[in-house]
Design a protein around this ligand. Structure first.
Ligand code: ADP
Ligand code: MG
Length: 310
């Protein structure tokens, strides 16, 4: 996408005393994307979000929201943001609808039509006139999202929105976030410590570890976007020469040598015979081949270099 990013972080750093909580984060999120912050507890997801929404100062670097600097043009920047960082305050003895009406009074330009619209967006139509105390956790959260959407933000930020939701709730969350990006063009940032959830929800994820950005990548890269591509281990002699040969092959998507001296490649099953033949034609001796099924978590560990999750 060529258009200006909705949010742009450059060299964002947060220090408190001598501790660096966030270290030199740089990335952009384009319009309409669902973008995830993925990382173990303590990685710095909430801290990053707090800086984005102006709840915490930025030590170094800058954050632009639709080109407006959150530090120097706070009002113009924050106008584009709707966020749930801590769980939103709701009046339990009022209906969901009256909570929204009450909140809307504090936000300029919110019409009754807009209230109905956000209720529909988060799919609360049938329960919106029930009292909030009767809502499930997922419904309360949806009401919070509806509230955050009232002023038509370009960017919606939800910190750990799947916490406490069951799988069905997570699926619903994903569906309405997707619906939101499609119908309103909203950009969404969500954080989570669970890769499996991010994979279902996001287009791209930024992987955070100990305050550092490990990588930003499309979620398909975790599964390689292709179920047919699997990891295979090959025992070959000499391994270094085998690696050089494998890396020249178009059918081989990745090739590396494990510390145990075993080669690992990513490829499709159909390509295996030709790959082995190619090795043999290069005078490489083969001792064994096997498929290693790799879970998302394994893939995560590989990408983060072995850090713990969750
Ligand atoms: N106000 C603060 N003062 C000092 N340290 C903090 C403060 N807020 C968070 N931290 C520390 O910063 C790190 C990142 O925390 P946080 O952003 O909450 O991580 P996450 O949301 O990814 O679990 C943690 O080590 C946490 O203890
Ligand atoms: Mg957090």
């Amino acid at each position: 996408m060529n258009s200006e990013p909705i949010i742009s972080l450059s060299h964002v750093t947060k220090r408190i005393g001598r501790t660096t909580l966030i270290d030199d984060l740089t990335f952009d999120v384009p319009q309409g994307e669902i973008f995830g912050f993925l990382g173990p507890n303590g990685a710095g997801k909430t801290t990053t979000i707090r800086m984005i929404v102006g709840l915490m100062s930025i030590t170094k670097g800058q954050i632009l929201i639709k080109g407006k600097n959150i530090k120097t043009e706070f009002e113009q920047a924050i106008r584009h943001v709707g966020a749930i960082v801590e769980s939103p305050e709701m009046y339990k003895y009022l209906s969901g609808y009256h909570n929204l009406v009450h909140y809307a009074r504090m936000v300029p330009g919110v019409t009754k039509e807009r209230i109905d619209e956000v209720v529909a967006l988060v799919k609360l139509e049938t329960r919106i006139h029930d009292k909030v105390k009767k809502y499930s956790l997922g419904m309360r959260q949806r009401l919070g999202v509806a509230q955050a959407l009232l002023h038509r933000p370009s960017l919606l930020i939800l910190d750990e929105p799947t916490n406490g939701l069951d799988p069905a709730g997570i699926r619903e969350l994903r569906d309405y976030l997707r619906h939101l990006t499609r119908t309103e063009g909203t950009t969404v940032i969500v954080s989570s410590h669970l890769l499996s959830e991010m994979e279902l929800m996001c287009d791209r994820v930024a992987i955070l570890q100990q305050g550092k950005l490990v990588n930003v990548m499309p979620v398909q890269h975790f599964t390689r976007g292709n179920d047919k591509v699997q990891t295979y281990q090959i025992q070959a002699q000499p391994p270094e020469q085998a690696l050089v040969t494998l890396r020249k092959m178009a059918a081989v998507q990745e090739a590396k040598l494990t510390p145990e001296g075993i080669i690992e490649i990513a490829t499709e099953r159909e390509c295996i015979p030709d790959i082995l033949l190619g090795l043999m034609q290069n005078d490489i001796r083969l001792y064994g081949v096997q498929m290693v099924s790799q879970s998302l978590e394994d893939r995560f560990l590989e990408i983060t270099g072995g850090g713990q999750i969750g």
